[in-house]
Design a protein around this ligand. Structure first.
Ligand SMILES: NC(=O)c1ccc[n+]([C@@H]2O[C@H](COP(=O)([O-])OP(=O)(O)OC[C@H]3O[C@@H](n4cnc5c(N)ncnc54)[C@H](O)[C@@H]3O)[C@@H](O)[C@H]2O)c1
Ligand SMILES: [Zn+2]
Length: 379
C-alpha cells in the first residue's frame, strides 16, 4: 500500500523570529504534521532524526510525523518519555542523552520535540549539550507550548533548588504549530494555555484583547481560523520581544507579566496538578493589574475588563477560585523575595498602565505588595 501524503492545508501562516544567523520560521496551521518533512527539507540537511515525545502524545501524533519525515528521506528513531513535569530532571536528561547517542546520531542529526513544554524544554536542552550542539525543531502540541515555550530558545530542567535552573539558550531551527493537535488536549490544559494568549494582549496589544473578547470562545472550542490567529499573534508578540532581547537583559522581562505572583502561587502548591501554570498566571495577572490600579497606573475599568474576560474563559481570577484555602501572605511574599531581586525594600515588577500597556518597574514597594497579598489571602 502506498501512503499518499496529505497536502498541507491552505490555512498555514508563517512568521520569522529575527535573530541574525539563528533566525527561524514558525509555521502555524491546520494539518501540518503530515507535511512536516517538506517544511523541513529546505531548512536542514539532516538525513537522520530522533523524535522525542511523551506517552500521551506518542499514540496520537508520532506515526504521522515519522511517516512524513521518512517520506522526506529522513531516517527516524524515537524516544517516548513519561508525561508530566517530573520528567524535566537530571535522571531523565541522562537517559534521554544516552538513548540519543546510542541511536548513532552525529553533528548533522536532528532532534524533534513533539509534545508540550516539558518535552520541548528537555529536548531543547539535550540538543544544546549533545555533541556540543545539535539542531532541533519544536513541534508543540499544547496551546501553552504553541504560544510560549516552543518560541524563544529557553531550554532546561528542574532541580530541587527550583524550576528551570539548569538549562541554556538554544534556538530551534523551525517551529511547527499544528493547531489540529489541540483537539485532543483536555479543556483545562487548553484554558491554561489560553491565559498566556491573554497575557500577550494585556502586555502590548489592546486591539488583540478586543479581538479575544469577541473570539476567545472560538479559540478555546477549536474554530481553526480563530486558533491560528490567536497562536500566530501570540508567537509574533513573543518573537518581537525575543528578537529585541534574546537573553532577557531588559525588554524580555515584559513576558513575565503575572508571573511574579504566579510563580509564588505555584511554588506554594508544589507545581502539581492542583494548580496549572496558566491558572497561576491568570490569577497573577489579576494581581498585577490590581497592584497597578492601587499604585495609580491602571484605571480600575481595565482591571475589571481583564477579570471579566478571564472569567468568561473559565479561568480563575482570585485565590478564592482555587481549591486550596490556606494561603499565607507571608509565605507568598517569601517566594517573591526569593524569585526577584529586592533592593532597598523595592521589587522589580511588570505593571500595566492599562490593557495593552505593560511596563517594567524597579520601584515597587514591598509593603504595597504585602498589603495586596494580605487582602487577597484575607489576613
Ligand atoms: N522554555 C520556555 O520558554 C517555557 C515557557 C513556558 C513554559 N515552559 C515550560 O513548559 C512546561 C509546561 O508545558 P505544558 O503546559 O505544555 O505541559 P506538558 O508538556 O506537561 O503537557 C501537558 C499535558 O498534556 C499532554 N499533551 C500534550 N499535548 C497533547 C495533545 N495534543 N493531546 C493530548 N494531550 C497532550 C502531555 O502529555 C501532558 O500530560 C513547564 O515545564 C514550563 O516550565 C517553558
Ligand atoms: Zn508562563
Amino acid at each position: 500500500m502506498t501512503t499518499v501524503e496529505r497536502e498541507p492545508w491552505p490555512l498555514t501562516r508563517t512568521l520569522r523570529v529575527e535573530l541574525g544567523n539563528r533566525s527561524y520560521e514558525i509555521a502555524v496551521g491546520e494539518g501540518l504534521l503530515a507535511g512536516i518533512g517538506r517544511l523541513l527539507t529546505p531548512i536542514v540537511s539532516a538525513r537522520r532524526a530522533v523524535v522525542v515525545t511523551d506517552a500521551h502524545v506518542a499514540p496520537l501524533y508520532l506515526d504521522p510525523l515519522e511517516e512524513s519525515l521518512t517520506a522526506a528521506g529522513i531516517a527516524c528513531s524515537r524516544v517516548v518519555l513519561p508525561p508530566g513535569e517530573a520528567t524535566k530532571d537530571f535522571a531523565h536528561l541522562r537517559n534521554l542523552s544516552e538513548t540519543i547517542l546510542a541511536a548513532g546520531v552525529d553533528r548533522a542529526s536532528l532532534l524533534v520535540a513533539l509534545g508540550g513544554g516539558v518535552v520541548g524544554d528537555i529536548t531543547g536542552f539535550a540538543a544544546g549539550i549533545l555533541l556540543r550542539g545539535l539542531d532541533f525543531i519544536q513541534v508543540p502540541t499544547t496551546l501553552l507550548a504553541q504560544v510560549d515555550s516552543s518560541v524563544g530558545g529557553k531550554t532546561g530542567i528542574n532541580v530541587p533548588q527550583g524550576k528551570n535552573l539548569v538549562g541554556l539558550f538554544h534556538q530551534p531551527r523551525l517551529v511547527v504549530a499544528d493547531v489540529t493537535t489541540l483537539d485532543t488536549l483536555d479543556g483545562r490544559q487548553r484554558r491554561a494555555g489560553y491565559a498566556e494568549v491573554v497575557k500577550y494582549a494585556v502586555l502590548g496589544d489592546a486591539p488583540f484583547f478586543a479581538w479575544l473578547e469577541a473570539n476567545g470562545q472560538d479559540v478555546c472550542s477549536g474554530v481553526r481560523l480563530a486558533q491560528i490567529h490567536a497562536v500566530l499573534t501570540s508567537c509574533a508578540a513573543k518573537a518581537a520581544i525575543v528578537a529585541a532581547d534574546e537573553r532577557e537583559a531588559g525588554h524580555r522581562t515584559l513576558l513575565n507579566l503575572g508571573h511574579t505572583f504566579g510563580h509564588a502561587l505555584e511554588a506554594e502548591t508544589g507545581y502539581g496538578d492542583d494548580l496549572l501554570h496558566g491558572e497561576a498566571v491568570a490569577v497573577g495577572m489579576m494581581m498585577a493589574l490590581e497592584l497597578s490600579t492601587r499604585l495609580g497606573y491602571c484605571p480600575s475599568r481595565d482591571r475589571d475588563r481583564l477579570r471579566r474576560h478571564l472569567q468568561s474563559a473559565g479561568l480563575p481570577t482570585a485565590l478564592s477560585d482555587l481549591p486550596r484555602r490556606d494561603w499565607s501572605a507571608a509565605a507568598l511574599l517569601d517566594h517573591m523575595r526569593r524569585d526577584k531581586k529586592v533592593r532597598n525594600g523595592r521589587l522589580n515588577f511588570v505593571l500595566a498602565r492599562g490593557i495593552g500597556e505593560a511596563f517594567v518597574s524597579s520601584d515597587v514597594a514591598v509593603a504595597e505588595v504585602e498589603r495586596l497579598l494580605k487582602d487577597a489571602t484575607g489576613g
